[in-house]
Design a protein around this ligand. Structure first.
Ligand SMILES: [Zn+2]
Ligand SMILES: [Zn+2]
Length: 143
């Protein structure tokens, strides 16, 4: 059976308290090097940006935390998994999701890096993907 490019994919947190499905138009992820992502997840955050909100099969342990004026982050209150990122003003517009929260992320490929001007010098990625600064990324978000 051929799966369409935008079929729904399933994912979950470590304990299974949060289980979701969402359409992934492009199996591509970015790495965010901003200080908030690193503090939230313990390192650079690898995320897939999906249109719309996720559909929850279970959200009993899901909590949203508004970490800045413009964004909210979703995590599991039981196992602590860092899962979701969305805009506070438009929560249904996009959902960025931790790439390894998906059950099968084997076909996901690295697309680009963002907030590279916030990246500390103690690690480096070896790929040749585009690297956007905070200003470049913000300009793109504003359209
Ligand atoms: Zn959990
Ligand atoms: Zn970030």
């Amino acid at each position: 059976m051929t799966e369409s490019a935008d079929h729904k994919r399933r994912g979950q947190c470590l304990c299974g308290g949060v289980v979701f499905e969402i359409t992934v138009p492009r199996p591509s992820y970015h790495v965010c090097h901003c200080g908030m992502c690193r503090r939230w997840g313990g390192g650079p955050w690898m995320a897939v940006v999906c249109p719309g909100p996720a559909t929850f099969i279970s959200d009993e342990t899901l909590a949203w935390f508004q970490g800045s004026k413009w964004a909210e982050r979703g995590h599991c209150t039981k196992c602590g998994a860092s899962l979701f990122f969305r805009l506070a003003s438009k929560p249904d517009a996009i959902t960025a999701i931790s790439v390894d929260a998906f059950d099968d992320a084997s076909d996901f490929t690295l697309g680009r890096h963002i907030y590279v001007d916030a990246q500390p010098g103690r690690y480096a990625f070896a790929d040749d993907c585009p690297r956007l600064t905070e200003a470049e990324f913000q300009a793109e978000m504003r359209g």
